[in-house]
Design a protein around this ligand. Structure first.
Ligand code: HEC
Ligand code: HEC
Length: 403
């Protein structure tokens, strides 16, 4: 057991800005690089081959894979079992799927979710759609460059507590997995090069790598938009989306509708991009309410206040409520906020005038738009819904299938 402790993150250091550093120290030998080492990270993501059948349509480039955790079907399948397993939490009440539902494109319909012990998360549960193509993870953290790093946050994080796995309970949590004979076989298939992948020193490392592999394999490119089956209204909406009047396409760019997209054809290091879209303007200084200050929360730099990563808009019609804190109820309201050049609300918890924020992005400028045009843009966004993605048995709960 002592040797297992060695490979386990130091939970006490998880608070504040120290936890990421702590994760890196402990997982560096196994996982994709650390924030201070972006070059290493990109090199590591440069695996040129794939043992995995990505099943992508023509025209979509393969995503990057970390050399330290190349994709395999066996890791994907083990990760799928872990993703849907409540035993992987402090009190057996929460799995990844508690906050990431397949029928909602892996978001959860709540403004903000609660963890295993009732902690309210400050941010909205993200859909997990084509995560493999992002060059930074979560709503606004420039230091999170790999899915492996991200997955450790819900598992081991203390602020907020999500799965609640910590120094005091990790052995017990692991034992509950070890007690299931199915896992012995799944771990052996996923890590055939290891003598004892479920009971040995690398068990937690294997869990993290498999969960990351499952998330990396959640691909969605089969919407009416991809099949060129747009209604008249959606087609008008597409033209508006791509217009200099609305400006949407500048940030929601390319095949994944996000300027935070990288793939195998990207050969250089691409600095992740973040934007302030004028949602808040606390004290007239453009500040966002704590702790949701976006990129600023990590860098502490004033010019990064309120900056978030551009989310993909694939399946966005399924992931309400919207924005990093779930504070916008509908797609129509998202568009209205853009049309007024920022959010302007005179009462309620989000009261304020984001329009006159001094630090909002240059592309966030007001424009006139009719109700019909709003409906057209929404129709276009709805055309990005991939029905196959939300019903694909490959992505569904394997425990339920087995019953
Ligand atoms: C309590 C709810 C909750 C649980 C449980 C949870 N998540 Fe999340 N997930 C979130 C929230 C909220 C975010 C956004 C976090 C942020 O921006 O800081 C998120 C973000 C993510 C992202 C980043 C997606 C992106 O587009 O960058 C990934 C990947 C992810 N979760 C995977 C997982 C996995 C795997 C598990 C299980 C180990 C898990 N989550 C468990 C709520 C949850
Ligand atoms: C300056 C870059 C930029 C422009 C221009 C832009 N967006 Fe965004 N978009 C973002 C960012 C960043 C976020 C996340 C902001 C947040 O949550 O604080 C976002 C969020 C969204 C969301 C919510 C997604 C979710 O998962 O909650 C939708 C929908 C959206 N944008 C649609 C549009 C449309 C439609 C347009 C054109 C009218 C547009 N965007 C223009 C950068 C941009």
């Amino acid at each position: 057991m002592i040797s297992m402790m060695r490979n386990f993150p130091p939970f006490k250091k998880y608070r504040g800005g120290h936890w990421l550093f702590a994760l890196c120290i402990f997982f560096l030998p196994f996982l994709a690089g650390c924030p201070e080492q972006s070059e290493t990270r990109i090199d590591d993501m440069g695996a040129s081959r794939s043992a995995f059948d990505w099943q992508l349509p023509a025209g979509i480039p393969l995503p990057r894979e970390p050399e330290s955790n190349p994709m395999t079907e066996e890791k994907f399948q083990l990760g799928r079992h872990l993703f849907y397993d409540d035993r992987l939490s402090v009190n057996g009440t929460i799995s990844c799927a508690s906050c990431h539902h397949q029928d909602k494109a892996f978001s959860d319909g709540r403004e903000r979710p609660r963890g295993a012990t009732g902690h309210l998360h400050p941010r909205n549960s993200q859909g997990l759609v084509n995560v493999a193509w992002y060059n930074s993870l979560t709503w606004g953290n420039p230091a999170l460059g790999s899915i492996e790093q991200q997955v450790m946050i819900p598992l081991f994080g203390e602020d907020p507590i999500e799965h609640g796995i910590n120094e005091a309970n990790f052995e017990q949590v692991l034992q509950s997995l070890q007690a299931d004979v199915q896992y012995a076989a799944l771990f052996e298939k996923a890590f055939p090069e290891q003598d004892d992948p479920l009971f040995g020193d690398l068990a937690w490392d294997n869990i993290v790598k498999s969960l990351a592999s499952f998330v990396r394999g959640l691909t969605s490119f089969n919407s009416p938009f991809d099949r060129n089956e747009l209604s008249q209204s959606a087609r008008r909406g597409e033209a508006l989306f791509d217009s200099e009047r609305l400006e949407c396409f500048h940030c929601h760019a390319g095949y994944n509708f996000s300027d935070a997209t990288v793939d195998r054809t990207t050969t250089t290091f691409v600095e992740p991009l973040f934007h302030n879209t004028g949602l808040y303007n606390v004290d007239g200084l453009g500040a966002y309410p704590e702790p949701n200050t976006g990129r600023h929360e990590v860098t502490g730099q004033a010019q990064h206040m309120g900056q978030f990563r551009t989310p993909s808009l694939r399946n966005v019609a399924l992931t309400a409520p919207y924005n990093h804190d779930g504070s916008v109820a509908t797609l129509e309201d998202v568009i209205r906020n853009y049309a007024s050049g920022g959010r302007h609300i005179t009462s309620g918890p989000n009261a304020g005038d984001g329009r006159i924020s001094p630090i909002k992005d240059g592309f966030i400028v007001s424009f006139s738009i009719t109700e019909q045009e709003i409906a057209d843009v929404v129709a276009f966004l709805e055309s990005l819904t991939d029905e196959e993605f939300i019903s694909n048995p490959r992505f569904s709960d394997p425990w339920q299938d087995a019953e």
